[in-house]
Ligand binder design. Structure first.
Ligand SMILES: Cc1cc2nc3c(=O)[nH]c(=O)nc-3n(C[C@H](O)[C@H](O)[C@H](O)COP(=O)(O)OP(=O)(O)OC[C@H]3O[C@@H](n4cnc5c(N)ncnc54)[C@H](O)[C@@H]3O)c2cc1C
Length: 474
C-alpha cells in the first residue's frame, strides 16, 4: 500500500514525488518508458521555476548544467530586452535541456526516498472510499490512497477518469531544433535580416557555443509519424532563405503542433491531474514544463497534508481553484502569441503595434511577468497586493529566505518578534527577524512560498494558520 502513486516520471511527476517525500509520504512513480528520454524539447527554466529550485536547494545543481541568459525576448519571440529591476533574485532564463532537468529532478526525488519503477505503464484504475487500485499494462495491481496522472498530454489517467479536455486541435505544425551552422555569424545575420517578417514561423538564432536554434514551418516536409530529419530543416531553410546555411551536427530536432486544451477538472475523488496531463498548448514562450513543475509544487504539500491528516477540509480543492486559472491564462497567452506569429496582414500589424508598445516599461514588464510566472497571484480574498503572490528571495539574518524553505514547511516571517506559531510549530517555522527586507510587519508563507497572511495580530494569525495548516497540535 502506497500513499500516492504517480503515473509518469516526466518533470511534473518527478517534482511531485520529491515534494511528497519532504513530508514522508510513501510514493511510487510508475513510468512506462524503460529508459529516460533523450529527446530535448526545452528552451529553459523561467524565473519562477528557478525560484522553486532555490526553495528546495536544487538551484546550484541546475546552474551547473545550464547557461544563464537574459530573461527577455520570449513573448512571441519579440526581441525586447527584459525590463530593468524584475522583482526576483533569480531574474534570468536558465537554458538547460529537458532530459537534464528530468534527470536532476528524478535524482532529487529518489534521494529523498521516492521509488521509481520504469517499464510500468498505468493501464487502468478503480477508486473507492479508501483508495485507488491501479492496474499496470502487464496486469499487476497496486494499491494507494491517491493517484496522480502526470502522464503527459495523452494522459491515460485523464482519459480513464473521463475528464473532458476541451480546446482547439492542432492547426499547424512547426519544426524546431538546435544545430551547428557552416557559415560565419555575420553572413547569417545579414541574410536573416533580409527575410521578410511575414515568413513565419521562422527564426535562426545563436544559442551559444556555435549552436543555433532553428524554427521553420513543418508543412510539406517529412512524414508526421516519423521524427524530423536534418534534411527537412535544410529543405525549409532553402525555401525561406534561399540557403540552408550549411546546417549540420544537430543537437536535437523536433516537430510540434499548436493544439491547445485544458482539462475540465483537476481532481475527481482520489485521482488528480498535473502538468501536460491537465493542459497542453504550443511551446511559444517556453512555458509548458515550467507550468507543470509549478503545478506539482502547488499540489505536493497539500496532498501531503491530506495524507498526514492535518489538511483543512478544503485544502486539496484549492489545487484546482488556484492552478486551473493559471493554466487558462497560459493557454490564452500562447493563443495570443501564435496569432502574433501568423503571416496574415492583420496579425503582422498587431505584432508591429505590440512591438512598439513593449517599449513602454509597464507593458514589457507585464508580459515578462506572465511568461516567467512571477506575476501569478492566487485569490486568497481581499487584502494587500502581496497577499496571494509569491515572496521574492529576500535577505534575512540567516542568509537568504529561500534557504529556509528547503524542508517544504510553512514559515512565519516576523519583524515584530511578538508573534508565535504555537500548536502549528510541527508544520510552520517561525523566524523573528526585525531586519528582514519586508515593508509589512509579518508574513505567513505557505510551503510553496506564496503569502497566505500579512499583519501583526496574533488572533488573526491563528485564524489564518487554521485556514492553511489545519487544527493546532495538542
Ligand atoms: C518542441 C517543444 C519545445 C518545448 N519547449 C519548452 C520550453 O522551452 N519550456 C517549457 O517549459 N516547456 C517546453 N515544452 C513543453 C514541455 O516539454 C512539456 O510541457 C513537459 O514535458 C510536460 O511535462 P510533464 O511531466 O507534465 O509531461 P511529459 O514530459 O510528457 O511526461 C509524461 C511522462 O509520463 C509517461 N507516461 C505516459 N503515459 C504513461 C502511462 N500510462 N503510465 C506511466 N507513464 C506514462 C511518459 O513516458 C512521460 O515520461 C516544449 C515542448 C515541445 C514539443
Amino acid at each position: 500500500m502506497f500513499d500516492v502513486i504517480i503515473s509518469g516520471c516526466g518533470p511534473t511527476g518527478a517534482m511531485l514525488a520529491a515534494e511528497l517525500r519532504l513530508h514522508d509520504v510513501r510514493v511510487l512513480v510508475l513510468e512506462k518508458e524503460t529508459e529516460p528520454k533523450s529527446f530535448v524539447r526545452i528552451v529553459g527554466l523561467h524565473i519562477r521555476s528557478l525560484e522553486l529550485m532555490a526553495m528546495r536547494g536544487l538551484l546550484d545543481r541546475m546552474l551547473q548544467h545550464g547557461r544563464q541568459r537574459p530573461a527577455g525576448g520570449f513573448f512571441a519571440g519579440i526581441a525586447k530586452p527584459a525590463p530593468v529591476g524584475l522583482d526576483s533574485a533569480h531574474a534570468y532564463l536558465l537554458g538547460i535541456p529537458q532530459p537534464v532537468i528530468e534527470r536532476l529532478l528524478e535524482e532529487h526525488a529518489t534521494e529523498r526516498g521516492a521509488q521509481v519503477r520504469r517499464g510500468c505503464a498505468v493501464a487502468g484504475f478503480e477508486q473507492d472510499d479508501e483508495g485507488v487500485t491501479v492496474e499496470l499494462a502487464g496486469g499487476e495491481q497496486l494499491r494507494s490512497r491517491y493517484l496522480v496522472g502526470c502522464d503527459g498530454g495523452r494522459s491515460t489517467v485523464r482519459k480513464l477518469l473521463g475528464v473532458g479536455f476541451p480546446g482547439e486541435p492542432s492547426r499547424t505544425e512547426t519544426l524546431m531544433g538546435e544545430m551547428e551552422v557552416g557559415v560565419p555569424q555575420e553572413e547569417i545575420a545579414a541574410r536573416v535580416s533580409e527575410i521578410p517578417e511575414t515568413r513565419q514561423p521562422f527564426w535562426l538564432r545563436p544559442f551559444g557555443g556555435g549552436v543555433y536554434s532553428v524554427v521553420v514551418p513543418a508543412a510539406g516536409v517529412g512524414d508526421r509519424a516519423e521524427p524530423p530529419t536534418l534534411e527537412d530543416f535544410r529543405q525549409q531553410l532553402r525555401a525561406i532563405a534561399g540557403t540552408d546555411f550549411g546546417v549540420h551536427s544537430p543537437r536535437w530536432l523536433s516537430r510540434f503542433g499548436d493544439a491547445t486544451r485544458l482539462a475540465e477538472r483537476y481532481r475527481v475523488g482520489r485521482v488528480l491531474l498535473a502538468g501536460d496531463a491537465a493542459h497542453i498548448h504550443p511551446p511559444t514562450g517556453g512555458q509548458g514544463l515550467n507550468l507543470g513543475v509549478q503545478d506539482a509544487f502547488n499540489l505536493g504539500w497539500k496532498l501531503a497534508a491530506q495524507i498526514r491528516g492535518w489538511a483543512p477540509e478544503t485544502l486539496l480543492d484549492t489545487y484546482q481553484a488556484e492552478r486551473h486559472p493559471v493554466a487558462e491564462d497560459v493557454l490564452d497567452n500562447t493563443r495570443a502569441q501564435m496569432e502574433l506569429l501568423s503571416a496574415e496582414p492583420g496579425a503582422r500589424a498587431a505584432r508591429k503595434l505590440l512591438t512598439e508598445l513593449m517599449d513602454f516599461d509597464e507593458v514589457n514588464r507585464h508580459l515578462i511577468e506572465k511568461i516567467t510566472a512571477i506575476g501569478v497571484r492566487y485569490d486568497f480574498g481581499a487584502g494587500p497586493d502581496l497577499l496571494g503572490r509569491r515572496l521574492r528571495d529576500i535577505d534575512v539574518q540567516q542568509g537568504r529566505l529561500y534557504g529556509l524553505l528547503h524542508r517544504g514547511r510553512g514559515l512565519l516571517l516576523d519583524r515584530t518578534g511578538r508573534l508565535a506559531v504555537g500548536g502549528w510549530s510541527d508544520r510552520v517555522d517561525h523566524l523573528a527577524d526585525p531586519t528582514a527586507a519586508l515593508d509589512v510587519p509579518c508574513v505567513l508563507l505557505r510551503p510553496d512560498g506564496h503569502v497566505a497572511w500579512i499583519g501583526d495580530d496574533q488572533q488573526d494569525l491563528d485564524d489564518h494558520l487554521s485556514r492553511w495548516f489545519g487544527k493546532p497540535a495538542g
